[in-house]
Design a binder for this molecule. Sequence first.
Ligand code: ADP
Ligand code: ZN
Length: 217
Amino acid sequence: MNLILLGCPGAGKGTQSKLLAQRYGLAHIATGDLFRAQIAQKTALGQKVESYLKSGTLVPDSIVVEMVAGKLGECSSGWLLDGFPRTLEQAQALDKMLKSEGKTIDMVLYLNMDEKAVLARMTTRRSCASCGELYNTISKPPTTEGKCDKCGGELKQRDDDQETTVKKRLMVYEDLTRPLIAYYRSEHAFNEVNGNQPMEKVTGELVAFVDQAKVAR
Ligand code: ADP
Ligand code: ZN
């Protein structure tokens, strides 16, 4: 099964994607996570993309598409895309890639979120530097402040979760990524979930849709 999760920055794509990928045995392909790993490892790709992530602007399409193409090649038994595509050009490149391999997108899930709530959610989010577990200082605090419940690692704020950068990312989303909603609504199986609800409720609704996609296969 091949799935795409769409939504603005801070809509909860990362949290929900991890749960869904695990539940359905899909490869979780999160372009932001992949870039951050490259930056942490100081690879050539990491150095190329670092300034874009820092400033909250998009990495050029050609670089992203090439990286995703490589990943999809490794994940023939199904995937969930999180953070890609983010522009119409990326969506078209993906369609072309899949067509040439006789593959399809089974469902696009759109996590719709009130953008006013996003800013508060993002400036309070933290993640474990060791295992990547996600926290929020208000809605999901760790038992011990600054420490990961799962592995004891140090909790950090993402460089691009500062208020001014979050605002920039939301503007980029409005301009370049929002048009994808209309694109996928017309071309693919498309379902929308209200991301302002409690996390478990969001997961439940997503699962119900993915179960439908599974039956439809
Ligand atoms: P969020 O969805 O919370 O904004 P991500 O972790 O998905 O965060 O992305 C972080 C950053 O990585 C983006 O602001 C952008 O610079 C870069 N990035 C991730 N995916 C893409 C993509 N598909 N196209 C261009 N840039 C991307
Ligand atoms: Zn951890």
